[in-house]
Design a protein around this ligand. Structure first.
Ligand code: DX5
Ligand code: ZN
Length: 245
């Protein structure tokens, strides 16, 4: 499997000092920052949008290369993912991870003026790449992993995702209980794709990382486990060592 990438979720940060919290988390050893965007439609919660990401980006050094340290991994829990790609690119997002379940929804007129009646995951991935971003595709617990077959086998590299995110909680809130029931999806993907970046998100921490690592996940999101820790650096290196062992 590819090497561990630890991506603390800033959903558990102090939003009143987000910039400082992000800098500190990078200093504590984070590889990426996982940025949870929620619109109150796709999930029953609202976080923040592109203007906040743009301000926070200014505090953290941009990543030097593909998947570099400081990558802004934006997890788009939004109903109209195509509509916001350019906005988030301009805000400094590096990886735009949309939900499969939202990819078919109609995108109304975007702030840039283009309109698209319908889209598909492949078209959306191509569009994200054309906008200069890495593309991720996320699955909710209720979505079977087989929906990814055609997407991952697409002969056109531009239409294949750079990362798959398997949710291990229902998206919407931090601090929920890890769902081990989702790990067979990770195992199935890892078996077929030894080099794929497979991210897990929800309930990850020292108590659950073994199962996730055994299943083959290499990109580890952790919100409450990192921000709630007495020693976040220790938790970050423990998560990394477990994946890399
Ligand atoms: C939940 C978010 C997660 C969340 C994880 O919808 O996608 O990224 O912040 O938080 P923990 O690690 O506390 O489960
Ligand atoms: Zn997330």
């Amino acid at each position: 499997a590819p090497k561990a990438i630890i991506a603390p979720s800033i959903l558990s940060a102090d939003f009143a000092q987000l910039g400082a919290d992000c800098v500190r988390t990078m200093e504590q050893g984070a590889d990426w920052l996982h940025v949870d965007i929620m619109d109150g439609h796709f999930v029953p919660n609202i976080t923040f949008g592109a203007p906040v990401v743009a301000k926070v980006r200014k505090h953290v050094e941009p990543p030097s290369a593909k998947y570099g340290r400081g990558t802004f991994d934006c997890h788009m829990m939004i109903a109209e993912p195509k509509k916001w790609v350019k906005e988030f690119k301009n805000a400094g997002c590096d990886l735009y991870c949309f939900h499969y379940e939202a990819a078919f929804s109609s995108a109304a007129e975007s702030p840039e003026g283009h309109s698209d009646a319908k889209t598909s995951p492949n078209e959306l991935i191509r569009y994200i790449h054309d906008c200069g971003l890495l593309a991720g595709i996320a699955l909710k617990p209720s979505t079977g992993v087989d929906v990814l077959n055609d997407i991952l086998e697409n002969p056109d590299e531009k239409e294949r995702p750079d990362m798959v995110l398997i949710m291990t909680v229902e998206p919407g809130f931090g601090g929920q209980k890890f769902m081990a029931s989702e790990l067979p999806k990770v195992e199935a993907l890892r078996k077929k794709y030894p080099n794929l970046n497979i991210e897990v998100d929800g309930g990850l921490g020292p108590g659950t990382i073994d199962q996730a690592a055994d299943a083959g996940a290499n990109v580890i999101v952790a919100g409450s486990a990192v921000f709630g820790a007495k020693d976040p650096s220790e938790v970050i290196s423990m998560l990394r060592d477990t994946v890399n062992k």
